[in-house]
Design a protein around this ligand. Structure first.
Ligand SMILES: [Zn+2]
Length: 251
């Protein structure tokens, strides 16, 4: 695989090491792949997907709206137009769910029992989307939360993600106090954003509350804002950041 274009991750329990033989293949394109936003960068996306061994006509993407809306994709043809939403799940052997990120967290999930899998776009507004995905998979395929394997992909971490008191308070109440830490240096400076927010911790607490076991969660630990390997809205600036494509597939 052309590792210079994408980074790959392996689900907990995948004894084949992410080859796709047992569990789906999960990856995230890197800055070197160029801009990968659906509907805007389609020429580049098709070129990169082919290089990654993904058939472009099997890719399903959405017009992302920072929501908790998850869609079921049974076929790629039904998603020719960009439907609104922020998560895609499927049980198809051919559909390739893809979402765009650039500091928001890509969450990959797979249930080895029912075979359903998908990828979610989870920024601060969308935190909680994994609950929507797990509930939808339960309705559609009878999937049980305890069977899910989850990967928290690269995203902006608490080292770089500073927020105001209002957002810190929201996360404390919605997910738990361990999601945020008050930075004494920033507080002393009088910063309006003195709190450090961990989206991974919020999602970890949420997964545990849903019944997903700690040993079934892999956190990749990479920070998109720290590492120039990744696109980052905060580091590159709101007008010119590089959207990356988070993909998951079974073939
Ligand atoms: Zn960082």
């Amino acid at each position: 695989m052309p590792v210079n274009l994408a980074r790959y991750f392996t689900f907990p329990g995948d004894r084949t090491g992410g080859t796709g033989a047992e569990f789906p293949v999960c990856g995230l394109t890197l800055s070197t792949a160029g801009p990968m936003k659906a509907g805007e960068d389609d020429g580049n996306r098709q070129r990169v997907f082919r290089q990654l061994g993904i058939v472009p006509s099997e890719v399903v993407s959405l017009r992302q709206i920072h929501s908790r809306v998850v869609r079921i994709a049974s076929t790629a043809a039904a998603f020719r137009d960009l439907n609104e939403g922020d998560g895609i799940i499927t049980a198809s052997e051919t559909v390739v769910p893809v979402i765009s990120v650039a500091d928001c967290m890509p969450i990959y999930l797979f249930d080895p029992v029912t075979g359903c899998f998908g990828v979610l776009h989870s920024g601060w507004k969308g935190t909680g989307i994994i609950r929507s995905a797990v509930e939808l998979a339960a309705d559609e395929w009878g999937a049980k939360p305890a069977d899910f394997k989850v990967i928290f992909g690269p995203h902006i971490r608490s080292c770089c993600y500073t927020v105001d008191a209002e957002r810190a308070d929201y996360f404390t109440r919605a997910f738990g106090p361990s999601c945020v830490v008050l930075d004494p240096e920033r507080e002393k400076e009088g910063s309006r954003w003195p709190w450090r927010l961990s989206l991974a911790e919020a999602n970890r607490l949420l997964c545990l509350s849903l019944g997903i076991g700690e040993s079934n969660i892999l956190d990749t630990n990479d920070c998109t804002s720290c590492s120039t390997d990744y696109g980052s809205s905060r580091r590159e600036g709101p007008g010119s950041f590089t959207h990356m494509a988070a993909f998951i597939h079974r073939h």
